[in-house]
Structure formats: C-alpha cells, structure tokens
Design a protein around this ligand. Structure first.
Ligand code: SAH
Length: 255
C-alpha cells in the first residue's frame, strides 16, 4: 500500500522548499501562486511522487514524517520543536504502553511524539479550543486510539494514579510537583519543558524539597550546515534558544 490514497495527508514541497500539508480528496485541487495541482494527479502515485502544477511548477508529494507534520500542522499554541521532542522522549524514557500524563497539551506536537513512541497519553489542557486542535492533529496522524484530552486546569491536580511518566509544558510546573508525587508510581519520571532559566530554577527548587531525586536540566543546541558544492559551512543563522528540559525520578519517601 505504497500509493497515496484519498483522505490521507500529504506534504507538497515546491522547488524553493516551501511546504504545504494537503488532505487528498477525489476531485480536490491545491492552489498556490505557481498554479493548481489536482489531487487526482497524486492519488495512486507512490510516496515521493514528482508532479507539475498547471503552471509548470515542480512539486514533490510525500507522506510527512512526524517532524514535517509537526512543523506544518495547524497550531493553537506554540509547538515544541523536533530537536526538543526527540530529547524529551529519551529524558522521559517513553516506551510502548507507558502511561503518560501530559499538560498543557497545546497543539499536540508532544502528544503526537509520545503516541508514536507507543505511549498511552492522557492530557489536560486549559483551553478547549487548543484541546480540539490537538485532538484533530492526533487524529490526522491516526494515533487517537491511545489518546484522551480533557479540558481542565492541571494545577488543580491529576486524577490518574500509577502513571509511569508526567510530562509538562505549562508556565508553572512547580505547582505540579506534589500532584505528580501522588500520581506517579515509584520510579516514575517527571519531565518539564520551560522557556526561561528563572522558571527552571523555581522548578528545581520545588523538586529539591520533594520526593523526587536525580534531577537534571539540559538544553539541546542544533546547528544546521549549508552544504552546496564547495561551500560547506554552518548556516549563518541558527535558532539560539527554545527551552530548557528538566527531568527527575520519583523515589521512595524517606521515613
Ligand atoms: N507541548 C505543546 C505546547 C503546549 S503550550 C505542543 O508541543 O504542542 C502550553 C499549553 O499549556 C497552552 O496550550 C496552555 O493553554 C496550557 N496551559 C497553561 N496552563 C495550564 C494549566 N494550568 N492546565 C492545563 N493547561 C495549561
């Protein structure tokens, strides 16, 4: 089943590298300034097909990878970028069947990543319109079976128990430390993504007076390279900062 089929989401990439996500429909068409591509030109073609618009522009049609999907999918809130998503999977040690609590869910980039790694994810998201965007994005990737999002305030507590992992992307994760102590199984992992080091220090302080141990904070720097003929060098620009990643493990309470 390698052929592109109706109803699936494909990524169209033009000659300049511009990207568009398109859901294929029989009789549908994709419009851009370089002309129209009929969906029927793509349906039945292999993943990676090369097509031309009515105006002669070249497009490549691919099933998006998770990273490609996350960067192009509809957004409510800002998403976590692929370089950090990959690191979070390792830091949180997400595995198939792991029971993961996530808050806030935002646009669902992190949800998608953990679902793809095989986790069962329960998310709390304060804003119902973001919860709807996240659910739609997860459904577009066909990963909704192991996913549930509730429109609620995570600071008020986590209802689930015996969780394997708690993964946080909200502004005041220190308010989640005692909730996570209740909700995680012993040996469980907490991971938080935070944009500033002040917030990170506040979280680390809260963790240091909790039952969590083995706390660590890292940031992930990614430098892209320009490689064209004899010009081989780092790109002139890079994303200098996204966020800090903190993780800790729940230990047995000391008597
Ligand atoms: N990690 C997400 C982005 C999350 S953005 C992704 O990769 O797509 C942060 C989200 O936290 C926002 O959607 C915001 O509405 C939500 N949020 C903030 N405070 C919250 C709270 N107390 N409970 C639940 N969600 C909260």
């Amino acid at each position: 089943m390698n052929e592109l089929a109706p109803n699936e989401v494909v990524l169209l990439v033009d000659a300049r590298g511009r990207r568009h996500l398109v859901r294929l429909r029989v009789g549908g068409s994709f419009h851009s300034h370089s002309g129209i591509v009929e969906h029927d030109q793509l349906i039945g073609r292999p993943d990676g097909a090369v097509v031309r618009s009515a105006g002669g522009a070249r497009y490549v049609a691919l099933r998006p990878t998770l990273a490609e999907f996350v960067l192009e999918m509809p957004r409510g809130a800002q998403v976590i970028y692929p370089k950090d998503l990959g690191a979070i999977l390792m830091l949180a040690d997400v595995y198939p069947g792991a029971r993961v609590f996530e808050a806030g869910v935002g646009s669902g980039a992190l949800s998608l990543t953990m679902l793809r790694a095989g986790a069962e994810v329960v998310g709390y998201e304060l804003r119902p319109e973001f919860a709807a965007v996240a659910t739609a994005n997860v459904t577009a990737m066909g990963l909704e079976q192991r996913y549930r999002v509730e429109g609620r305030d995570a600071y008020l507590g986590i209802e689930e128990r015996s969780l394997d992992r708690v993964v946080l992307d909200l502004p005041e994760p220190w308010r989640m430390v005692s909730h996570a102590e209740q909700a995680l199984r012993a040996g469980g992992v907490l991971v938080a993504y935070l944009p500033t080091i002040n917030q990170t220090a506040e979280l680390r302080q809260a963790l240091s007076v909790s039952s969590f141990g083995l706390a660590e904070t890292v940031e992930v720097l990614e430098r892209r390279w320009h490689i064209e003929g004899r010009s081989v060098r780092p790109d002139h620009r890079m994303v200098a900062h996204t966020g800090f990643l903190t993780r800790a493990r729940l230990l047995e309470k000391e008597r």
